[in-house]
Design a protein around this ligand. Sequence first.
Ligand code: BDP
Length: 716
Amino acid sequence: MKKLILGLLVFVSSYGIAQDGYKLWLQYKTVDNAKIREHYSELNETISLDTNSSIAKVIQKELKLAMQGMLSQNPRFSEENPTLIIKKIADLPKDLKPKQNLIDSINDEGFNIQTITSKSTPKILITAKTDQGLLYGVFTYLKQLQLHKDLTELSITDSPKIKKRLLNHWDNLDRTIERGYAGFSIWDWHLLPNLIKEEYIDYARANASIGINGTVLNNVNASAYILQEDYLEKVQALADTFRPYGIQVYLTARFSAPIEIGGLETADPLNKEVRQWWNNKADEIYKLIPDFGGFLVKANSEGQPGPNNYGRSHVDGANMLAEALAPHNGIVMWRAFVYSDEKPDDRAKQAYTEFVPFDGTFKDNVLVQVKNGAIDFQPREPFHPLFGAMPETPLMMEFQITQEYLGGMSHLVFLPKIFEETLQEDTFSQGKGSTVAKVVDGSLTDTQLTGIAGVSNIGNARNWTGHPFAQANWYGFGRLAWNPKLKAETIAQEWLGMTFSTDPAFVKPMTSLLLDSREAVVDYMTPLGLHHMMAEGHHQGPGPWVKDLGREDWTSVYYHKADSLGIGFDRTATGSDALSQYAPEIEKAYSKIETTPEKYLLWFHHVPWNYELKNGKNLWYNLARHYQDGVEEVEKMISTWEQMKPYVDEKAYRKTEMLLSIQLKESQWWRASCLLYFQQFSKMEMPDFIPEAPHTLNYYESIRDPYAPGIKPSWD
Ligand code: BDP
């Protein structure tokens, strides 16, 4: 009878509700190979774990859940002949202590997992310096089980390479999300602090499982209200919920808060009362949340208030807040995403121009947070020139996980491939090999305070991210935040195995699909270095014709500059000279069309339509070829997905299938409308391989969607 019930349970967990996506990559699916299952069951029978701390309690809960799910087994927690030992190094008996050089090699959040043989039976030992390290060790151990790895000779030593690994939620207090495509905000402010939803706990679990250790709860376009006492109590409730998962809470601080909620007449950072107001506010926050992480600030950017309003600098503003937070060990993340309409310079240059002169003048607890790309998270941008240009200042990377410019809710694009591409770019700032990853992890300049942020793609959708494959982008961001040198391919394999199936017949083709999805989106949206060609406002769909907006640098025509001679933005010395912000090695190579990588061609040069590219064909032909390649790649994704039916639950299969067909339609829409639009300038024939467009350019230009999701609420 017992067996029958167990069998039924297994059936329900692997074929029933398991794949509505809620469980993310923590599916803990039944290990169905009998041999592996037996081996795993033996090793996880008795667990030694001191459950005195709140983190250890979380570990215990997770182990129970995982073992029940994967092995239908209830582990025993006991010190008697344990087969799995989870203990801090300081608490280990002498004979189990790792060698000193191993201890020295892990940091406070790192861990070691080892298969040991004690009294002739194999055991697993997970050890770390802190409870948080143990938590990460346990999640990594569980991942080995999820991926059906051999445990007989486990030996994993790992530590995060970046200190502050944060999600940035662009969530508003009314629960709308700026550029959010997965429903409303998961923070139910109205019912906080009293209602702690199950989702908050699972959110924390998911983040801890990939090593994320902080979260900024509110939008960079912030409301000052979040700093009021009643909201701070709500923030406190979330902080209390996340703490056992090693996650600190941060807030975006609106620079003008002293006026809006403090009753002061100014927010001038050099004004004594203003400074006192922030000091008091920090004291108030830390009384409620002793481990509060600090503030993120968007200042003097896109109309947000900031120190410039009072004739003060970014340093004056950042340092004022840093001073208020320093006694409590808090940090300030000051965003470098600034561009001003008073200085009509190439927008790609402005952050560098404003921030480089401040290098070395920020207080020790300030990080400057730099976006991935000097324009704005485009499908492909060269790395931001600030990386490598401020050696005396900790620079944080800001990636965008939500797909503002990459197909919103409907396109499958594996972002870790984009993140990897940027992280591996060479800045040459300290000679060859000075990659962006080394700037961000601090190894290049021996920077101690290091950070990385990902703009979250999470909402209250049942599966958290809307598109089932958008979960991979959350997962992948976390993994790269832990180790910016990880390969996108490894991340894809892990995620696919944990989420869907470890069968190589699934993992192999799907890994290629994920990796190739990156180039596909560039090809059908912005090939050869084109950028900022999206429809106005909501940023969904093509809009190369967008012009005459409030500011030139909000239009597409400003960026592609197509005319009868050619297309592209000249950023060399004959143009905006943005290229000079890069190291001489890059400047030299990219100053000539012939030696500029084709993927950045039109980013740096205005190129004649008939210019011959490396394949001997002219620019117009190549542009068309890229658009066509992008569409064909989506067709390929669809046929690969069709083969995957046996490995994926019906619901997830169907949803992805339908989303891929939307992606195909939209890629065709990009191809047709962009090529028709540019043909007006090239006046060249459409190559044969481009199918006839189903509509006229006029039709494409007339498409409007005032209700497209993700629109900036203030633009409604
Ligand atoms: C742009 C978004 C806008 C954000 C802004 C930012 O369109 O909604 O507020 O960046 O990052 O990408 O501050």
